[in-house]
Design a protein around this ligand. Structure first.
Ligand SMILES: Cc1cc2nc3c(=O)[nH]c(=O)nc-3n(C[C@H](O)[C@H](O)[C@H](O)COP(=O)(O)O)c2cc1C
Length: 438
């Protein structure tokens, strides 16, 4: 039997590499986030490697580093708005999927439906929406509007229903453009949604033709109970954090089971854990790259990040002393707090070492062979359908992945040799949704 092929996506959060020391590497570009030529080169390299998707994570706030003096040590303060950037990138690529994060808490469904429909047309059917509910960090920029998690997901669910309903406003064959009769489209094939719900009242119809994919591909990364329940209802790509093999298998089985309970085909929900890496042709090369950027990252950045992750400021504590006992958080970040403090206790980490862990964001240095083995182990072991790959450095890891990891995966029958279709849906083996009005 043919092996299952991995779905691979590049996730870009920080353009200078996920690791805050990466931009200072002598071989890294000076302006990683705003240099359009460099970004074009990145997406074209990912397309050369046949990645299914190029995914821009996003938040509606400045950056994780709140203190300007610390933010100033990172390359994260300036970045493009993702819809406009992906519209530009659609013009310099042909086959790779173009995914972006848009928030259901701080947007209106009519705007989001319209922008994704536009991007899907501009790209010839390659758009994907990572539906996020956003945590509190964006609130100060949006009239201090804060929703508790349950409400965030309740709103997200209704938001999705409105957006997907608006995409169906015009039937696929509505347009006649008949110069003789003067009929441009058939009025019976234009539908108003007339949605009235708890959060939204949206009449429609949407003023753009149905997206080439019917509906752009939906991605979601909820991990709480309500987040996962929403994800298995709507997501076609389900992003998770990176996990050890056994934990990943457990989550994979749980998600597939939940999808089946929703009446969905479990194969239509692709589970993609995160894989943060620095890649070298050899392990020694990868280790040396990671060590170099570790040494270039100021521990103040890690401590600033930990403020959000463990809900506690370690600044007054000795950098080379032990991680102190920290009061249990009441905030949304309980899982993160348990994760980081648990690790500090188990491994007896100093404050400096824990700051480094936070700056690495779980990125691991791996040779091209090890990356291919990791992907094979998880995909053949029913622990993942593929990976959302992020690169910790901006110094050649993407290129080594494309030139060395991808051919290894292809030779093992674990990755497609070329794009199979024109649209992202076709390349993911997902069917085109029916129009609900037909
Ligand atoms: C791979 C991945 C990418 C994510 N990208 C974003 C993002 O771009 N913007 C965002 O606000 N949240 C992002 N998130 C956070 C999730 O949307 C979600 O809030 C988080 O996993 C916690 O789940 P919960 O909302 O169910 O508590 C991402 C999570 C993962 C695992």
């Amino acid at each position: 039997m043919a092996k299952r092929e991995a779905v691979l996506s590049v996730i870009v959060d920080a353009w200078g590499g996920m690791h805050p020391g990466a931009w200072r590497d002598p071989n890294a570009p000076a302006d990683p986030a705003m240099d359009l030529e460099r970004i074009k080169g990145m997406v074209q390299t990912a397309e050369r490697g046949k990645f299914h998707c190029f995914f821009l994570a996003d938040s509606l706030a400045q950056a994780m580093e709140k203190d300007p003096a610390v933010l100033a040590l990172t390359s994260n303060a300036a970045r493009y708005e993702p819809f406009t950037l992906l519209s530009a990138l659609a013009m310099v690529t042909d086959r790779i999927g173009l995914a972006l994060t848009a928030s259901t808490t701080y947007s209106e469904p009519f705007n989001i439906a319209r922008m994704f429909a536009s991007l899907d047309h501009l790209s010839g059917g390659r758009a994907a929406w990572n539906v996020v509910t956003s945590t509190g960090e964006a609130a100060p920029n949006f009239n201090n509007h804060v929703l508790e998690r349950e409400e965030r997901y309740e709103r997200a669910s209704e938001f999705y229903d409105v957006v997907s309903g608006l995409w169906d406003s015009l039937e696929d064959d509505a347009f006649r453009r008949d110069k003789d009769s003067g009929l441009f489209f058939e009025p019976g094939k234009l539908h108003s949604l007339n949605h009235v719900g708890k959060y939204f009242s949206v009449e429609g119809p949407l003023n753009i033709s149905r997206p080439p994919q019917g509906h752009p591909v939906i991605a979601q990364a909820g991990s709480s109970t309500s987040g996962l329940a929403f994800a298995v209802r709507v997501a076609e790509l389900l992003f998770t954090y990176g996990l050890e093999l056994d934990a990943a298998k457990e989550l994979y089985a749980k998600v597939k089971g939940m999808a089946a309970d929703e009446g969905r085909n479990p194969d239509d929900v692709k589970v993609l854990p995160s894989l943060g890496i620095v890649v070298g042709s050899t392990q020694a090369e990868a280790d040396a790259k990671l060590a170099r950027i570790d040494a270039l990252a100021d521990p103040r950045i890690g401590i600033e990040r930990l403020k959000g992750l463990i809900d506690y400021d370690l600044t007054p504590h000795d950098l080379d002393g032990p991680v102190p006992d920290v009061p249990e958080t009441e905030s949304w970040s309980k899982t993160m707090q348990d994760y980081y403090l648990g690790m500090a206790r188990e491994q007896n980490l100093t404050v400096r070492e824990l700051a480094l862990v936070a700056m690495r964001f779980d990125a691991v240095a791996m040779s091209a062979d090890r990356v291919a083995d990791h992907i094979e182990e998880h995909v053949t072991g029913n622990a993942a359908d593929g990976f959302n790959v992020s690169f910790a450095d901006a110094n050649g890891s993407l290129e080594i992945f494309v030139d060395e990891v991808v051919p290894k995966l292809q030779a093992r029958g674990l990755f497609h040799k070329d794009y199979r279709g024109a649209t992202l849906r076709e390349n993911l083996g997902l069917s085109r949704p029916q129009n609900r009005f037909v």
